[in-house]
Each structure stands twice: as C-alpha cells, then as structure tokens.
Write a protein that binds this ligand. Structure first.
Ligand SMILES: Nc1nc2c(c(=O)[nH]1)N[C@H]1C(S)=C(S)[C@@H](COP(=O)(O)O)O[C@H]1N2
Ligand SMILES: [Mo]
Length: 334
C-alpha cells in the first residue's frame, strides 16, 4: 500500500478506520472488475468518508419495542474487575459503533434497530457431548448474570470503558459439555441481508465469525455480554449476545452471536479472512506492536478529550499473560 505510516495520534479519524476506508476501497477496486458492483461504489465511498461524530444521540431511548429480557437488569456488579479511568458516557458507547452488518461508518445505531431479537435461537454444536439449540430467554435464565466494568480497545486506536452485564463464557462452555478433542470455540453472527444491508456487500465474508482457544474461552475474563449500563444490550452494541474479551482488540468481540461451535480446527475470523497481514487470530493488545498502517502506542478515549497510553493485554496481563506461555512463536499481537 502507498499509505504512509504515521503515528496513530496524527491520523485523522477516518484514516485510522481500517475496517472501512482501506478495505472497502481495495475490495471495491477488485469487485469493480466484475462490473455490476460499480453501481454501489459512490454510495460506499461516501459512507466511508462520513464524519464519525454522531449528530443524534441514542442512549436508552432507542429501544422502541420493549426487550423481553428487560426485567433481568440491572444485575449485581462483580467488583473484581476495576477500571483505571472514567466510564464512557452511555450516549457515546451506544452511538459510535462498529457493526459492519449495518454499514461501515460508525453511525449505524439507527439502522441496527431493524434487527429482530425474538425469536433468537442459539446453536451449540460441533465437538460436544450432545449438540442442541436453545432460545435466548431460556439461555439467559440458566446463566449467572453479573455486571463487569471492562476496558475495550479497538484496533483502530479508540477505546471505551463500559459496564457490561452478562455471564462468563465458561458458564456456556460448561453447559455445552465439549469433548476433550475440542481445541477452539468458533462463534458465528446472524446472517440476514434483508435486515442487515451491509451483508449485501459481497466482498465481505459473511457471516461475521470469530474464534478463541478453549483455554481463552474458559479464562475468567471471557464474558458474554447481554446488557450494558444496567439495561438490555442495545442492538447496535450486539444484542442479544456479544462477546467481550477485553485483553484483545475489539474486532474479536463478535456481536449478534447465533452459534457456538466447538472444533479441532482454528477458526479463520472475518477480518483475518479479509486481510490476514493486519488482523490475526490472536489479536492481543500490545502497544509495542504497531498495526502495519499506524501505531498502537496510545488510544483516543471515546467521550473524553484526551489520549491514554495503551497497555500490554489492555491492562489485563495478570489474568491472561499465562495463556500465551510457550506460544511466543505465534503472532500473538496482531
Ligand atoms: N458481528 C459483528 N461484530 C463485531 C463487529 C462487526 O462489524 N460485526 N465489529 C467489531 C469491532 S471492530 C469492534 S471495535 C466492536 C465494537 O463494539 P461496540 O460498537 O459495542 O463498541 O465490535 C466488534 N464486533
Ligand atoms: Mo474494532
């Protein structure tokens, strides 16, 4: 690429938006050869160049239809997980989003309201004692809900700090009863181009997929978030189920999950399939390993006027560093 590598804080926001600007243009050029796709080009490029600052504010007011899980919240906070900074204002965390199913700009929260949340069936299969399906409300009733304050660090060098509600991923793994041969957990997002128009873009490998090793998935930090700010999860933030793995870059935290599959084969995730030289399987946060196109040394704090230095494992080394002993030959930090 001819894009000059600059330090992250010198980048205009739109330039540090790898999941949009770069790939859409590149894939567009590729796809343009095919002809008909060209029709989509002007609209797409406009969307990519859109100023990220939202004009409208969502907050809790967005949930027009009542969420059937609303009575479950708020849940008790687990004080083991502490922040080193202020919480991000709810209005920022709920209106500045990455959710490519609904478009490649940050301002998709209104479009995401088109996603129906019921019925929502979760498939648990692959290398398990007995594959099964379970409705979201039945699953929520079985899981130990709690609130956790976690940092979130996007690979684009912005960050937030939010109170998630949800349950440890380990509780779901235990429910699934994986076989000893399972080495990875693959998570798959819903696929419905009729409601998620972003999924009509054929140059993305839909549906969105992500994966963890079983050791990562059963680490105490790995969390399935079902709510935020003491309320059910807004659609734009990944309702009804989204992963939160705060020591990894944000793209690992798949939203709108419908399937948990246990497998022997390392899953190839959405962004890895698009550009494996920039987005790998491990994607652990490390300020000393720059993205090929920008620095990861610091982060822009959403809803604040300052940057902070990024920390190794996003500050969660005490919980997770152990997981990577003996894996030093792997590309752990991209
Ligand atoms: N299904 C799906 N999950 C996704 C994404 C996406 O585009 N689709 N984007 C990821 C990225 S890059 C980030 S930074 C976080 C953003 O979560 P937030 O919008 O709740 O802040 O969601 C992640 N999960
Ligand atoms: Mo991200």
């Amino acid at each position: 690429m001819l894009i000059k590598l600059k330090r992250g804080w010198e980048l205009p926001e739109r330039a540090a938006t790898p999941e949009a600007v770069f790939h859409d243009r590149r894939r567009l050029l590729k796809a343009a050869a095919a002809g008909p796709i060209l029709l989509a080009a002007p609209a797409l490029l406009t969307a990519c160049d859109e100023a990220p600052a939202p004009t409208a504010r969502a907050g809790g007011a967005v949930a027009a239809e009542p969420d059937p899980s609303a009575h479950l919240y708020p849940v008790a906070r687990n004080l083991r997980y502490r922040l080193d900074r202020d919480q991000t204002p709810e209005a920022d965390a709920t209106t500045y989003n990455n959710y490519y199913e609904f478009g490649s700009s940050k301002n998709i929260w209104k479009k995401a309201q088109a996603l129906p949340l019921r019925p929502w069936t979760v498939v648990i299969d692959g290398l398990v004692e007995q594959p099964f399906e379970i409705g979201i409300d039945e699953l929520l009733a079985k899981m130990p809900l709690e609130e956790r304050l976690y940092r979130h660090r996007c690979v684009e060098a912005w960050s937030m700090a939010v109170p998630w509600s949800g349950f440890p991923l380990k509780a779901l793994v235990d429910l699934a009863k994986p076989l000893g041969s399972a080495k990875y957990l693959r998570m798959t997002t819903f696929h419905d181009p009729e409601v998620a128009s972003g999924q009509k873009a054929p140059w993305y490998p839909w549906p969105y997929e992500e994966g963890l090793t079983i050791a990562e998935a059963t680490n105490e930090l790995a969390f399935i978030a079902t709510g935020i700010y003491g309320k059910p999860m807004p659609k734009q933030n990944g309702a009804p189920l989204r992963l939160a793995v705060p020591w990894k870059y944000g793209f690992k935290s798949a939203k709108g999950i419908v399937r948990f599959q246990f497998t022997e084969i390392r899953p190839v995730s959405f962004w890895e399939e698009i550009q494996s030289s920039e987005y790998g399987f491990w994607a652990n946060v490390n300020p000393n390993v720059p993205h090929p196109r920008w620095s990861q040394a610091s982060e822009r704090v959403l809803g604040a006027n300052h940057r902070l230095e990024t920390q190794l494992f996003n500050g969660y080394g005490e919980f997770v560093a152990e997981l990577y002993k003996g894996l030093e030959g792997e590309k752990l930090f991209m």
